[in-house]
Design a protein around this ligand. Structure first.
Ligand SMILES: CC(C)(COP(=O)(O)OP(=O)(O)OC[C@H]1O[C@@H](n2cnc3c(N)ncnc32)[C@H](O)[C@@H]1OP(=O)(O)O)[C@@H](O)C(=O)NCCC(=O)NCCS
Length: 207
C-alpha cells in the first residue's frame, strides 16, 4: 500500500451543490471506477445528473455522505436500500478519485460510516459486490464482513456472467478499525426516523 491516509484529514459530510466535486460525473464515467458498479456501468452521466441525484437522495432521506479529504470531495459512502424497523441497511462505497486508491481511504471511510450506524442502533450492515471486485472484497473482509451467499451469474461482464457475493456484518461482530473514530462523520439520521416502522426505502442505484 502507498502512503496511508491521515484520518484527521478525512470527513464524511452531506454533499451540497457547493461541495459536490466538479468531477463527480467523470468518476461514474471512468471505466476503471464503474466496471463493477451494478447499473451505473451501463450509463453515461453528466454533472447535472449528479446534482439532481444529491437533491433527490436527501429528499427521500437516503443516508448519503461525500468522502472529503481536506474539504475536497473524492468519493461517496451511501445506502440505496434500508429498513429502519429491522435496523439494517445496504452500504455502497466509491472512491471516485483514483489517485486515492490503495491508501486505506476506502477502508477508513467505510469503517467510520459503520461505526456511525452501529452507534445509532443499527444491527446489521450488508453489501453486494461482484465476485471479481478484488478491492471491494478485500476491504469488506478486512472490515470483518462475512460472506453470506452468492447470487450466481447475475452480472454480464466482458462476455461472461459473474456472481454477486453478499456480505454481512453484525453489530456484535464488529471491531473498530484504527483511526475510524478520528474521522468526522456528519449526523444524517435523526432518532424520530428510526422510530418509524414504515421507513423501508429503496432508491435508484447510483453511488
Ligand atoms: C473498493 C474501493 C472503495 C477501495 O478503495 P481504496 O481506498 O483503494 O481501498 P483501501 O486502500 O482501503 O484498500 C482496501 C483493500 O483493497 C485492496 N485493493 C485496493 N485497490 C486494489 C486493486 N486495484 N486491486 C486489488 N486490490 C486492491 C487493498 O490492497 C486493500 O486490501 P489489503 O489491505 O488486504 O491490502 C475503490 O477501489 C473503489 O472505489 N472502487 C470503485 C467502486 C467500487 O467498486 N465500489 C464497490 C461496490 S459497492
Amino acid at each position: 500500500m502507498n502512503t496511508v491516509i491521515d484520518p484527521r484529514k478525512v470527513s464524511l459530510r452531506k454533499v451540497t451543490s457547493a461541495t459536490l466535486s466538479p468531477h463527480a460525473h467523470e468518476w461514474l464515467n471512468d471505466p476503471e471506477v464503474k466496471r463493477f458498479l451494478f447499473n451505473v456501468r451501463h450509463h453515461h452521466y453528466h454533472y447535472e445528473d449528479c446534482k439532481q441525484f444529491i437533491e433527490q437522495a436527501y429528499a427521500v432521506g437516503r443516508p448519503h455522505w461525500g468522502v472529503f479529504v481536506e474539504d475536497v470531495h473524492v468519493g461517496n459512502i451511501s445506502s440505496h436500500k434500508w429498513l429502519y424497523a429491522d435496523r439494517w441497511l445496504d452500504l455502497t462505497f466509491l472512491i471516485g478519485d483514483r489517485t486515492y486508491w490503495g491508501k486505506g481511504l476506502g477502508t477508513l471511510s467505510a469503517a467510520a460510516a459503520i461505526r456511525y450506524f452501529f452507534r445509532k442502533g443499527f444491527h446489521r450492515i450488508q453489501c453486494g459486490v461482484f465476485s471479481k471486485n478484488q478491492a471491494a472484497c478485500s476491504m469488506l473482509e478486512k472490515l470483518g464482513f462475512k460472506k453470506e451467499g452468492v447470487s450466481r451469474e447475475t452480472a454480464l461482464f466482458e462476455n461472461r456472467y459473474l456472481d454477486i457475493v453478499h456480505y454481512g456484518l453484525l453489530e456484535t461482530e464488529w471491531k473498530p478499525s484504527p483511526g475510524c473514530d478520528v474521522v468526522f462523520v456528519e449526523d444524517l439520521i435523526h432518532s424520530e426516523e428510526l422510530k418509524q416502522p414504515a421507513l423501508n426505502k429503496q432508491t435508484p442505484m447510483i453511488y
